[in-house]
Design a protein around this ligand. Sequence first.
Ligand code: NAP
Length: 303
Amino acid sequence: MENYDVIIVGGGPAGLTAGIYTGRQNLKTLILDKELAGGQAREVPVIDNYPGFSMVSGLEIIEKTKSQTSKYADIHEFEEVLDVFNENHSFIVKTSKGEYTSKAIILTTGSRHRQLDVKGENEHLGKGVSYCATCDGMFFKGKDILVVGGGNTAAIDAIYLKDLGCNVTLVHRRDRLRCQKYLEDQLIESKIPIIWNTTVEAIEGEPLVSNVKLLNKDGTKSEISVNGVFIAVGDIPHNKIAEKLNLKLSDDGSILCDKYQRTGLCNVYAAGDVTGGLKQWIVACGEGAVAAISAYEDIIKNS
Ligand code: NAP
């Protein structure tokens, strides 16, 4: 069983940043990610609000960050954490490939896409339904697309898909968008039609998506013919490990922590999207750095 000072669960922006900070403090650090490091951050088509970078893809920043972090931490991809428990003042981390110990744990487990939970959604996954415009957009060039949602992701996806050459319509359940103003302006500028006050009732087509049933708030039902449905209706935190550790969670399942990213359980910290709040790349990195500094201080204090 290999021993580490710090084990970071999740290799997105928060986890990779935490790894830079702990590694540079000479703490032996392991980052575990059940998939490729980067998580949902890999899917972001364009980022223009990260200082020093302009109009860059999530994949590009992640690859650069991963290469930087690998100088300071071991990064194990495709290794899922199955269990974490406290034993004799250290943590035992059981994964799909082995077992490790550590003095501290930083949870940067991120979040997963929220589903619409409507008829035909699961059945058409990969057959016209997607949660990732960057991954699947290119298959829909010249095709009719419905983007669902009114937040930043929906706006960014709609604009990205339109720029790719898709014929995009946005559907939103309210009469106002939630996204930032500059994205709303871009949506208007790109003349993407928006269907307001409307929800998706069912996604249909055999075997590929061919039409979507819609329901307006006033009770009016309609149908739209599309080849693809890109769903961008928010995220649900990955809190399985947090639950195993009995951490305090908010009503939406995010991990609660203080401003030093301490969770309340000794030597356990959390950072990034799994903590809820402002889901911004730079916030995730900042929280990752703070969690790492707190871990360093606590390890030194207790050694
Ligand atoms: P979000 O901000 O939570 O927005 C989700 C959208 O989906 C909302 O408009 C919501 O409607 C709608 N929605 C939720 N459940 C729905 C349902 N069952 N049916 C229909 N519509 C539904 O999610 P997001 O856009 O994925 O963004 C997630 C987080 O990442 C946010 O904090 C966001 O600010 C951040 N983010 C930031 C950037 C950036 O800074 N450039 C880019 C992407 C994401 P209501 O408006 O009615 O609630």
